[in-house]
Design a protein around this ligand. Structure first.
Ligand code: NAD
Ligand code: UDP
Length: 321
């Protein structure tokens, strides 16, 4: 039997590139697709010499085609950091809606199984904690984050409709804040923001009073959860994230300790609709997939800091988004 064939959209991005690595390791034929709007080709350049890797530079919000058979699709193309999706709101809405529709159509025509990357943002600013999959969320559709949150909610709805109406094999992962090497230092997310500031000798910018919480998952754990979900037979949404919850104030202290920076923290305005708390209930992932995160924040942060420190100085100094 030949290699299984998988299409990964968003391949040049942070999660997409780690997924490409994982499926190459599993001896799949991997087709990576990306239009490089927020990604970086350097994340996957090491795969170019491989005979079981192809790259397609393509915007998935327009008609998508790949030659040959296809067993699986992972739809990960989408801006993911608030700074990015506020800068390109229409593209964000399009890739979550039209892009997802195109990939569902491709999956149907190729008889492939498709997994779409959803997000904890479907819970919005949650009124319950931790968030389990049966919580319907608290999203402001017309607020600045609505372009991302509602695109992802639509993505889930159309994916379920293809499952029930066309009997397509679908999977939905609700990803909670994930970090690790290959994040963009200037993508505005809190971890690269703090580490970048520490490396440049700037004060760390805490938005609001810093009492809001997040729960950070190391990328290898996230990829393992996604892999297991794809291989499972469960079509409903599953949370994948690390339930170890922390306030942004505590997180800043951890980064100060990790980097040894002598800088202090400064407070800036909290962005509109910034969720106050976020922590995944991972009971479902544990029961269905036998999955739980293994990498502690201390361990994961060390690896990630080493990665950022090893970047060329001009990249560390480049602050424009
Ligand atoms: P990223 O910005 O690093 O990667 C996204 C990739 O998608 C980029 O390479 C970008 O160029 C590509 N892309 C965007 N629009 C495209 C289009 N129209 N056509 C083709 N390619 C396009 O972000 P990430 O953190 O790797 O996120 C990947 C996916 O995971 C996204 O769907 C995101 O919503 C989801 N997610 C990520 C997190 C997280 O913590 N990293 C949390 C929740 C959900
Ligand atoms: N944040 C911060 N300082 C920064 C960047 C972000 O205090 O320089 C806060 C942000 O307001 C949010 C949390 O850190 O409460 C996580 O933000 P991020 O953009 O990483 O992801 P989100 O979970 O909000 O999508």
């Amino acid at each position: 039997m030949g290699r299984k064939r998988i299409l990964i959209t968003g391949a040049a991005g942070f999660l997409g590139s780690h997924l490409c690595d994982r499926f190459i390791k599993e001896d799949f034929h991997v087709m990576g697709m990306d239009n490089l709007i927020t990604g970086d080709i350097r994340n996957i350049e090491h795969l170019f010499p491989l005979e079981n890797f192809n790259f397609y530079n393509h915007d998935v919000s327009t008609f998508v085609h790949v030659p040959g058979e296809l067993d699986y699709i992972l739809h990960f193309a989408s801006p993911a950091s608030p700074i990015d999706y506020l800068k390109i709101p229409i593209q964000t809405l399009k890739v979550g809606s039209l892009g997802t529709h195109n990939l569902l159509g491709l999956a149907r025509s190729k008889k492939a199984r498709i997994l779409v990357a959803s997000t904890s943002e479907v819970y919005g600013d949650p009124t319950v904690s931790p968030q389990s999959e049966d919580y319907w969320g608290n999203v402001n559709p017309v607020g600045p984050r609505g372009v991302y949150d509602e695109a992802k909610r639509f993505q889930e709805a159309i994916t379920m409709a293809y499952h029930t109406f066309h009997k397509l094999e679908t999977r939905i992962v609700r990803i909670f804040n994930t970090y690790g090497p290959r994040m963009r230092l200037n993508d505005g997310r809190v971890l690269p923001a703090f580490i970048g500031q520490a490396l440049r000798g700037e004060d760390l910018t805490i938005f609001g009073d810093g009492k809001q919480t997040r729960s950070f998952c190391y990328v290898d754990d996230q990829v393992e959860g996604i892999f297991r979900l794809l291989m499972s037979d469960y079509p409903y949404p599953v949370n994948i994230g690390n339930p170890d919850e922390i306030t942004i104030n505590q997180f800043a202290e951890e980064i100060i300790k990790l980097t040894g920076t002598k800088q202090k923290v400064v407070h800036q305005d909290l962005p509109i609709d910034d969720p106050k708390q976020r922590r995944p209930d991972i009971t479902k992932a544990k029961e269905l997939l036998g999955w739980a995160p293994k990498v502690s924040r201390e361990e994961g942060l060390k690896i990630t800091y080493q990665y950022f420190k090893s970047l060329p100085q001009r990249e560390i100094n480049h602050k424009d988004f």
